[in-house]
Ligand binder design. Structure first.
Ligand SMILES: Nc1ncnc2c1ncn2[C@@H]1O[C@H](COP(=O)(O)OP(=O)(O)OP(=O)(O)O)[C@@H](O)[C@H]1O
Ligand SMILES: [Mg+2]
Length: 329
């Protein structure tokens, strides 16, 4: 590892000039993470000027690299790990490639600075489409049912890849609409996988309440009960996202319309009464015909993922996906 670090430092030396740029190109083409200096990223973001948002790890800025690639730069805070561990986690994240996962282009690890550089997603995150009030939605911000269904399916594919198809199972721990980004064609790309480990490297099974990662409303009950965290926790969170895709409302929202019950509880009761139309996003109801067979399938998966999983902690991703695709494999 020390040798590798020395090689990386040598390779980034300004003395190497053109050679260094060629190395960067080679790295990019090979899928290995590019190591940026803090100065590179300051330049790319024009001094961290354009803020895209902020979350549990720090602030995200828009930037443009020297090769004109537009990127999102995440300035990490509260990293407890040493340099070596950080580089190892970054290598794992950047070697995890799938059509439905946001690609990590590179990183910066310089004195106290830890930053991650991701490909930029033109259409931001799913929450901006689902939860904006109708009057604020320009036509371009309106996601029709077909797009929503494709996003649900794409997200499922991304999560299945993390759980079952990469070398070591990666439990995301923070599935929510903010972490489902949309490219220019509204394809779903799951972001921020691998970060749970980066921020809290301690053994997840013995995590205490104070070190819980994830976001209220999407956390599986086993987090709170301090039970072992497995891929099933992601299935629970994904179930909640499915409900929100259909309803355009936060699963934990409480209002008069829901008789002061949590939206997810109210919605499930309505579906149980056969009143599925009542829970569909009004933005969809006013604009178009919705494929009710697909809606039923999505709601069924919400039930398998979030409701039944909540009590028996026995749901696996495959079961949800198979049900979701309605037999398609
Ligand atoms: N690669 C990206 N391309 C475009 N926008 C992005 C990208 N990454 C993040 N964003 C935007 O920045 C916002 C903040 O992201 P960030 O990951 O810091 O917070 P979060 O997703 O809300 O919470 P968490 O820290 O739990 O992931 C996102 O909601 C998204 O709108
Ligand atoms: Mg995020």
């Amino acid at each position: 590892m020390e040798q590798l670090n020395r090689l990386l430092d040598f390779r980034n030396s300004p003395k190497l000039g053109v050679l260094s740029a060629q190395y960067a190109l080679l790295e990019y083409a090979s899928g290995a993470p590019v190591q940026f200096s803090y100065k590179d990223l300051q330049r790319a973001t024009k001094g961290f000027k354009e803020k895209l948002g902020a979350g549990g790890f720090g602030v995200v800025y828009k930037g443009v690299l020297a090769n004109r690639t537009t990127v999102a730069v995440k300035q990490l805070e509260g990293i407890e790990q040493g340099e070596k561990q950080f580089r190892m986690e970054v290598a794992t994240i950047s070697s995890t490639h799938h059509l439905n996962l946001v690609r990590l282009i590179g990183f910066c690890s310089e004195s106290r600075h830890r930053l991650l550089v991701y490909e930029f997603m033109k259409n931001s995150s799913l929450d901006t489409f689902l939860f904006a009030p109708e009057e604020q939605l320009q036509s371009v911000k309106m996601l029709n049912w077909e797009s929503r269904f494709n996003i649900a399916l794409g997200t499922a594919r991304g999560i299945t890849y993390l759980h079952e198809e990469c070398r070591d199972c990666i439990v995301h721990c923070d599935i929510k609409p903010e972490n489902i980004l949309l490219d220019e064609n509204h394809n779903a790309k799951v972001s921020d996988f691998g970060l749970a480990k980066l921020v809290n490297p301690k053994d997840h099974r013995y995590r205490t309440l104070t070190s819980v990662r994830g976001t209220r409303g999407y956390l599986a009950p086993e987090w709170l009960a301090n039970l072992p965290i497995t891929s099933k926790s992601d299935v629970y969170s994904y179930g909640m996202v499915l409900l929100e895709i259909v309803c355009g409302r936060r699963n934990f929202e409480v209002s008069e319309q829901t008789n002061r019950k949590k939206f997810s509880v109210w919605a499930y009761e309505e579906v149980d009464k056969g009143n599925i139309e009542a829970i569909i996003d009004t933005k969809l109801r006013n604009h178009e015909q919705v494929d009710m067979d697909q809606v039923r399938r999505v709601i069924e998966c919400f039930y398998i993922g979030a409701i039944s999983g909540a009590t028996v902690v026995s749901t696996d991703t495959k079961r949800v996906i198979v049900c979701f695709r309605g037999g398609e494999h």
